[in-house]
Design a protein around this ligand. Structure first.
Ligand code: HOZ
Length: 411
């Protein structure tokens, strides 16, 4: 396997050392093949919001497994999950299930172009929308982690219509629309960035994008693969009160099994085949096991008080990290919304990818290693967000902060 892994960030290239090889997960914990236990803040990169291997999810999967692993045909389960997604996410009136966030973003891009009859799109520096060619321009996540230029193998002709702007820079977006009037299909973004580290939107940034796109006849697309059902049940669009035209989802809605989805306004989604002419298909799309895990996960999340609990535990962590940094003399910026958080070693606010790159990456490397040695598993990259779950307890946070104090004292 290239780099010994199935996905690049896992290889620990930016933090040094060898990646840990894992054996099992449960609740807030992950165990390596030598039996060492870690408090897990990666949560399989987002899906494990109820805690790993939640008993309700596992029990439902056992039952579903008995009925078979794939139908390649409609099932009632798709209807149940679709209804839950439609009820929860303000922008979604119709939804198509696929198998990953990457696939969801590929589908949505084709749809943006099909619906508007325009080719150009705007994405933001450091945002990551999966590994399809058109999005590998100034991309976040593994591309940022490895410091790669835009990937070889991506033809210029594929990315010539991908325009970029710095995140949180509404003036840059206005300038792009001014230079390319009525030719931009839409703007796609992570409404809260997770793939350059955790970066929230400035006040009015999302609303500004909504106004600009509406005025030009372009579409606004929120990539909520990370934020969907994580920072609020209805995602960032519910949290910030800005409704895009289309939304991509993944991670949480598959409860730990491979899944993705794109959805939005009925008039736009009606273009997707077979309702309309825009083609997109998949053998394992709507897979019964993935649908089952997603349904059970959303059932757990829709209970009252869930997001208050997630917010409280995550805030305890980020407040604590800030306190520990102060006590040990390190300049640190932290942020969190509900079960998503981040921390940069810098005394300046982080508004975009350029700011994130200026944080002390060497210090992060030492911090990551020290935490790992003390049984805390953080994302092995400064350019990824952290994730908590309903399974993380006050005691887990206290153990994490004790470890952080020891590590920061030694940095
Ligand atoms: N790129 C994803 C995180 N932003 C997945 C990373 C992985 O699974 O290694």
């Amino acid at each position: 396997m290239p780099g010994g892994v199935s996905s690049p960030v896992r290889a620990f290239k930016s933090v040094g050392g060898q990646p840990i090889v894992f054996d099992k997960v449960k609740g807030a914990y992950i165990w390596d093949v030598d039996g060492n236990q870690y408090i897990d803040y990666v949560g399989t990169w987002g899906p494990a919001i109820c805690g790993h291997a939640h008993p309700d999810v596992i029990a439902a999967l056992h039952d579903a497994l008995e009925k078979g692993t794939s139908f390649g045909a409609p099932s009632e389960l798709e209807n149940v999950l679709a209804q839950k997604v439609i009820d929860a996410v303000p922008s979604i009136e119709m939804v198509r299930f696929v198998n990953s966030g990457t696939e969801a973003c590929m589908g949505v891009l084709r749809l943006m172009r099909a619906f508007t009859g325009r080719d150009k799109i705007i994405k933001f520096e450091g945002c990551y929308h999966g590994h399809a060619d058109m999005f590998l321009v100034k991309a976040g996540s593994g591309v940022a982690t490895l410091g790669l230029p835009d990937s070889p193998g991506v033809p210029k002709s594929t990315t010539q219509d991908t325009l970029t702007a710095p995140y949180n820079d509404i003036e840059a977006v206005k300038a792009l629309f001014k230079d390319n009037p009525k030719t931009i299909a839409g703007v796609i973004l992570e409404p809260v960035v997770g793939n350059s580290g955790f970066i929230p939107p400035d006040a009015n940034f999302l609303k500004g994008l909504r106004d600009i796109t509406k005025e030009d006849g372009a579409l606004l697309v929120f990539d909520e693969v990370m934020t969907g059902f994580r920072i609020a049940y209805g995602g960032a669009q519910e949290k910030f009160g800005v409704t895009p035209d289309l939304t991509t989802l993944g991670k949480v809605i598959g409860g730990g099994l491979p899944v993705g989805a794109y959805g939005g306004r009925q008039d736009i989604m009606s273009m997707v085949a077979p309702a309309g002419p825009m083609y997109q298909a998949g053998t394992l799309s709507g897979n019964p096991l993935a649908m089952t895990a997603g349904i059970e996960t959303l059932k757990l999340l829709e209970k009252p008080g869930t997001y208050e609990q997630l917010n409280k535990i995550t805030q305890k962590l980020t407040d604590g990290l800030l306190e520990v940094a102060k006590e040990t003399g390190h300049a640190v910026t932290t942020g969190q919304i509900s079960a998503m958080f981040g921390m940069f070693f810098t005394d300046k606010p982080v508004h975009n990818y350029e700011d994130a790159k200026k944080s002390d990456l060497t210090k992060f490397q030492g911090f990551h290693r020290g935490m790992l040695e003390r049984g805390v598993y953080l994302a092995p990259s400064q350019f990824e967000a952290g994730f908590t779950s309903l399974a993380h307890t006050d005691e887990d946070i206290e153990r994490t902060l004790t470890a952080a104090k020891e590590v920061m004292s030694s940095l």
